[in-house]
Design a protein around this ligand. Structure first.
Ligand code: NOJ
Ligand code: CA
Length: 704
């Protein structure tokens, strides 16, 4: 017995001697610990002050050749460095961004042949941690196929989560707020109205960004940064232990990523604070992205635009020209239905409206041949992106728009056929250059071609980057619909102005809509990775649908105005029809005034699922714009105006819910008041159920 005890003690001693001491990095309250477990597997943990954020969690990558980094590893070295620098985004929420972190790099090696090496690089910021796997160039590792990633996020408790199902093809779902122990997406996926859903995901799978709230007051956001050449990370929730495990979106053959070293994963991000407002103010994800690859960025402009679009969404006109490919006239030409929205006369109406109100662009969808056959047939060669329908005079309209100082915005719906789009990219963008289009909205509705690939897999992630690069080559800005959710790549490709990649306002047009809480959750989830083309600004909130008279937008009119501030995007649509703005020109003034590019931003009050108040300073001007929104509950929102320049007087124009406003019963009730304020003033904004308020602050001209 004594002999056995001695052996056991000796064995324990030897293991302890071989396991290196944990390594740490920290900044302010955030501390990261890296350690090898007793059996040699890499792990990490994160704390915020005294509170655990992520308990000891596994790291690792699995390769198809079974010689990946899932077994024991030896620590061969480590380095720590401190970085504190600033940079200026081309377009953004603030003028200058501080990038301040402590970096810990750990070098790991397989103890036995082939002795492959991997580094894990951690960056610790004052508001969280980012880390990624880097495969250095090495003889023992060339081509490799990643089949799994073992990264875990072991959460210390059963947090409240704001989650979406982990679908391989779409994020166009409603958020569910539940404890982690209650995550179950099966009903939601089954009942989804989203046309792109292809794969029944893991019932305990959630998408990122995942927003969490702990009972001890911590807010935690898990996502990724710089998703390039790798699939999107989703998370499997272990309901009993609250341990989240990375799940990568597979490709057509079930693999996750085809690589050749050197290569690296995207950064896995954990943003943490005891204030919800700090989560929204975080620049951690942008900081983890590479600086702009575009050197001359002077041509990249933010924009507000209207479009031949909502009228199709609500069923008042159509994208297609003929009923079907087989409805032909006696001469064998497509027979028009008379409902085609993108006809020359109608487009001119939008150009006139944009010119009259100083809005920069007009989006036209359904201008090009292919819409009779656009969706559901999983085919290539539906669109060529350069052939207009007979009633769309591309040359005449381009000249007309130019004469009115308005830009036409191109639309490239690919119907998921990314291969077809890539074959036409160069000619399509040259066509845009020829006709003076400086911006394109792309779309990927339906199943992807190459068949078997997913919207969020490695192949498509690389496709979106190729599109952004091709657009940059042609000095074109891009807005991508149905693309993978963003991960801060707008820093690297500042011409990639926005993406949809979530459930936008359009769901209020063609489905039962999204509840009033939706827009209070989006900034904590979808928008953590970058700007969203949400398409706010609907003024006719009831009775707009051609098919369903009961359909309504789930906000008040004043809340639609506030969204221009609370949902950041350098590209903002005034989504409603010209006639609906003409009926409320006083309220439309806010949309005309509100900028899309900013020098400063303050998140004044926020709680995911409940409310949000944001104020921003216009680029290069001492003008401020505030948006305040609530969920279905009415609220009084106090606002201190201490962000204004001391000693200056400003005229505040307050676009508020009317006293009787209510998103369901009386959404269009609003009132506009003016008052002179200083940085010592306070406002109390009264938000109706499903309501909001928007305020502009402009300096009062000094008296002579
Ligand atoms: C879905 C997009 O989200 C929407 O904005 C667009 O109008 C349609 N696809 C057609 O391309
Ligand atoms: Ca969409």
């Amino acid at each position: 017995m004594k002999k056995y005890l001695l052996l056991l003690l000796l064995a324990g001693h030897q293991a302890a001697a071989q396991t290196p001491a944990p390594l740490t990095a920290h900044l302010d309250k955030v501390k990261l610990t890296f350690a090898l477990s007793a059996d040699g597997r890499p792990t990490y943990a994160v704390t915020y002050g005294t509170k655990p954020v992520v308990n000891t969690s596994r790291l690792g990558l699995v390769f198809q050749d079974k010689q990946g980094f899932d077994g024991p590893l030896t620590l061969t070295g480590s380095e720590v460095k401190d970085v504190d620098e600033t940079w200026q985004p081309v377009l953004g929420e603030v003028k200058t961004i501080r990038n301040h972190y402590q970096q810990l790099t750990v070098h790991l090696r397989q103890p036995a042949a082939p002795g492959r090496r991997v580094d894990v690089v951690f960056r610790v910021f004052a508001d969280g941690v980012g880390f990624r796997y880097e495969l250095p160039r090495q003889l023992a590792l060339g081509n490799c196929v990643v089949t799994d990633e073992l990264t875990e996020f072991a959460l210390p408790a059963d947090h409240q989560a704001f989650w979406l199902p982990a679908d391989y093809d779409t994020n166009e779902y409603l958020y569910t707020k539940s404890r982690l122990s209650a995550v179950d997406n099966s009903a939601q996926v089954k009942n989804s109205t989203e046309i792109a859903v292809r794969v029944a995901p893991d019932a305990q799978g959630v998408a990122t960004p995942l927003m969490l709230k702990a009972d001890n007051g911590l807010y935690v956001n898990i996502h990724e940064a710089a998703q390039v050449d790798y699939p999107a990370m989703q998370l499997h929730v272990d309901r009993a232990s609250h341990r989240l495990t990375a799940r990568l979106v597979p490709d057509a053959v079930g693999s996750k990523a085809f690589w050749h070293a050197p290569a690296s994963t995207p950064w896995r991000t954990i943003i943490v604070s005891d204030k919800a407002t700090d989560i929204l103010a975080s620049k951690l994800i942008l900081n983890l992205n590479e600086p702009s690859k575009i050197v001359d960025t002077g041509w990249i402009k933010p924009m507000k635009f209207v479009g031949v679009w909502w009228e199709m969404q609500v069923g008042r006109s159509d994208w297609k020209y003929a009923e079907s490919l087989d409805t032909l006239d006696a001469r064998g030409r497509l027979l028009p239905t008379g409902r085609h929205g993108a006809n020359t006369q109608n487009v001119k109406r939008y150009i006139d409206f944009a010119a009259q109100h100083g809005l920069g662009g007009v989006l036209v969808e359904g201008w090009n041949v292919g819409w009779e056959d656009w969706f559901g047939n999983w085919k290539e060669r539906v669109f060529d992106f350069v052939t207009p329908y007979p009633d769309f005079d591309v040359a005449g309209l381009s000249a007309y728009a130019k004469s009115k100082n308005v830009s036409l915005i191109m639309h490239h719906e690919t119907s998921g056929a990314a291969t077809n789009y890539e074959q036409h990219l160069d000619t399509a963008y040259a066509f845009m250059n020829h006709y003076g289009y400086s911006s394109v909205k792309t779309g990927y509705v339906g199943r992807i071609i190459p068949r078997g690939e997913h919207h969020d897999g490695q192949w498509m992630s690389n496709h979106y980057v190729r599109v952004a690069e091709m657009a940059a080559k042609h000095h074109v800005t891009v807005d991508m619909h149905e693309a993978v959710r963003p991960t801060g790549l707008s820093r690297t490709y500042p011409n990639w102005l926005a993406s949809e990649a979530g459930r936008g306002n359009e769901y209020n047009a063609f489905s039962t809509g999204s509840p009033p809480a939706h827009e209070t959750i989006l900034p904590f989830t979808r928008l953590m990775g970058g700007p969203m083309d949400y398409t706010p600004g609907i003024f006719r909130l009831q009775g707009y649908s051609a098919s369903d008279p009961k359909r309504q937008v789930h906000t008040t009119l004043a809340k639609q105005l506030a969204l221009y501030v609370t949902l950041y995007s350098p590209l903002q649509m005034a989504a409603d029809l010209p006639e609906n703005y003409e009926a409320h020109l006083d309220a439309f003034q806010f949309i005309k005034d509100v900028p899309t590019d900013w020098d400063d931003t303050h998140i004044l009050a926020a709680e995911p699922g409940d409310y949000l108040t944001t104020v921003r300073q216009a680029k290069g001007r001492d003008e401020w714009y505030l948006g305040s929104i609530t969920n279905e509950s009415a609220r009084q929102q106090p606002v201190k105006l201490d962000f204004l320049t001391p000693g200056r007087r400003y005229e505040a124009i307050i676009y508020a819910d009317g006293p009787d406003a209510d998103w369901q019963r009386n959404p269009a009730s609003y009132q506009i008041t003016r008052q002179v304020v200083t940085n010592k003033s306070k406002l109390t904004l009264r938000l109706a159920p499903g309501g909001g308020a928007a305020v502009s602050f402009k300096p009062v001209a000094a008296k002579q």
